[in-house]
Design a binder for this molecule. Structure first.
Ligand code: G3P
Ligand code: MG
Length: 251
C-alpha cells in the first residue's frame, strides 16, 4: 500500500490505555499498559469546548467521570476538575481515585516516558466535529514533534482519515471497522492506509487474508481471551488490541 515503516509483528496494544486494569483513557492506564508488556496503547481523542484535544471515549462524561453532560460543552479546566476514575469497576478501583481526563499532549508525553507507541483513535460523535478535531490533533502532534514512527491515526470515519491525509500525510492511517466495507481495498489504496483495525468478533480468515494480501497491517479489537491469540496470529493479525495486556504477554 505504502512504504511506511511496518509495525513489528505480534504486538499488543492496551485498549483505551488498559481499561481492564485501570480507568480507561487515563495516564495511569498508559503506565500500566507498558508495565504489563504492551508496546502500543489505543486511546480515543475528542475536543473540549475550548478546542483542546482530550482523551475520552463517550460523547458525554457521565460514564467515566463524576461529572455530567456533553464533553464538547466543557472547557478543559472544567473537565479536569472531575475524577476520571469513575468508569473503572475493578476490585482495585480505590487505588485509582482522582485521575484527570488527560489532554492529548499529556497522553503523548506519557507514551514517550514509557516508550509506548500511540494508536490514536480520532473519535467523532458528530460530523461537524471532524475537521476541528483533526486540525487540533495535528497541531498538537506537530507542536510536540512527536515521533511519527510511534504514531498511527485511526478512525471509523473515512472523512476523518481523508482529512488526516490532507493535513498530515506523513502520519500512518488506520481504518477501524466492524464489518466488511464495500470496496474496502480500493478505499485503502485511495487513502494510502497503513492498517485496518477489525472487530475481532466479525473477522473471518478470508477477510484477514485479503487485508494481508493487500499489504496492510491487520489490527483486531477488542480481544480479551488469550486462548484465541494463536488462531488470529495464524491468520496474519499483527496487533492485538486488548483490555488486558497482562494476559497477552508473549502471545
Ligand atoms: O480502535 C478500536 C476500538 O477502540 C474501537 O472501538 O468503541 O472501543 O473506540 P471503541
Ligand atoms: Mg477506541
Amino acid at each position: 500500500m505504502n512504504s511506511n515503516t511496518a509495525l513489528s509483528n505480534h504486538t499488543i496494544s492496551g485498549h483505551r490505555g488498559a481499561r481492564g486494569l485501570a480507568p480507561e483513557n487515563t495516564l495511569v492506564g498508559i503506565q500500566l499498559a507498558a508495565h504489563h508488556g504492551a508496546t502500543w496503547v489505543e486511546m480515543d481523542v475528542q475536543l473540549t469546548a475550548d478546542l483542546v484535544p482530550v482523551m475520552q471515549h463517550d460523547r458525554t462524561i457521565n460514564r467515566c467521570t463524576n461529572g455530567r453532560g456533553s464533553l464538547h460543552k466543557k472547557t478543559l479546566s472544567a473537565l479536569q476538575a472531575f475524577d476520571a476514575s469513575q468508569g473503572y469497576k475493578g476490585d482495585n478501583a480505590a487505588e485509582f481515585a482522582d485521575q484527570i481526563v488527560p489532554t492529548l499532549e499529556q497522553a503523548l508525553n506519557a507514551c514517550l516516558k514509557h516508550n509506548l507507541s500511540m494508536n490514536l483513535e480520532i473519535k467523532v460523535h458528530r460530523k461537524a466535529d471532524e475537521r476541528p478535531l483533526v486540525e487540533q490533533v495535528v497541531k498538537t502532534v506537530k507542536a510536540m514533534n512527536f515521533p511519527l514512527d510511534k504514531l498511527v491515526f485511526s478512525s471509523f470515519s473515512l472523512g476523518v482519515l481523508t482529512y488526516c491525509k490532507t493535513l498530515f500525510p506523513e502520519v500512518r492511517r488506520g481504518l477501524i471497522t466492524s464489518r466488511h466495507i464495500r470496496n474496502m481495498m480500493e478505499k485503502a489504496t485511495q487513502l494510502e492506509l497503513f492498517s485496518i483495525h477489525y472487530d475481532q468478533s466479525k473477522l473471518t480468515q478470508s477477510t484477514a487474508q485479503k487485508i494481508k494480501a493487500a499489504g496492510l497491517e491487520l489490527h483486531i479489537w477488542t480481544l480479551n481471551d488469550p486462548e484465541q491469540a494463536a488462531m488470529f496470529r495464524g491468520w496474519g493479525v499483527d496487533n492485538i488490541i486488548t483490555d488486558y495486556p497482562d494476559l497477552f504477554q508473549g502471545k
